[in-house]
Structure formats: structure tokens, C-alpha cells
Design a protein around this ligand. Sequence first.
Ligand code: ZN
Length: 123
Amino acid sequence: MERSQLARLVAVLGREFVRRRMHAHAGKLRVYYLALRRGLATTGRSEVDIHWSEELVVEWLKLLRIPPYESAYRVRTPQAPCSRCKARPDNQGGSFVTERTFPGGWKVRCINCGEVWLVLEEK
Ligand SMILES: [Zn+2]
């Protein structure tokens, strides 16, 4: 995406990290933001060698359901079967892995078919 648009989304994501007290993530993102603004990120994928990239920004926007990515992943309950292959959760013989956790929820991947979705903690 365009660098100015990416920088705007990075700022929104940074505020959300702080709101959820994800300070290590916020710190890395701040360095990424500065590098981005000063043209130190590689062209194309806008990558900086702190293990942050445009791809990771978008992934976190999806995980934290920040517009315009609020509907990128479906939200399901912990006991819901996979919507694609109908595999059941682990305790019922299926094989789901938790791919990423964050304050407020986690991302699940179905080993069987690769489908991913979010489980959010009850408020
Ligand atoms: Zn599946």
C-alpha cells in the first residue's frame, strides 16, 4: 500500500497497542514508524530490520479488528467447529493450534484445512 496510508494505519495500531498495554509491541512499532517516515524502510514491502513490516501491521490490524480490517477474520466461540472442514476442537479429536495470542483474544488455525479465525475473551 502507499507509504502515507501505511503510516496512518501504523499510528492507529500503535494507539490500540498502548490501550491494550502491549508496550513491547508498541515500542517496536514506534521504531518502525520512524523508519517508515524517514524513508529507511525498503521500497515495496516497506520492511525494517526490527521484524516489523507492512504485512505484520496489516496482520495486527486484522487481529485487533481495526478498520478497514475489522471483518478480515471471523470471530468464533472456543468450542465452535471449523467452519470450512467441520473439524472439532482438540478435546473432541480435531487439531486446532493457537497461532497468536493478544490481550482480549487469540487466533486459531485449523491444522486440517488451514482456516483461521479469532476467539475473543468475554467482556
Ligand atoms: Zn478446518
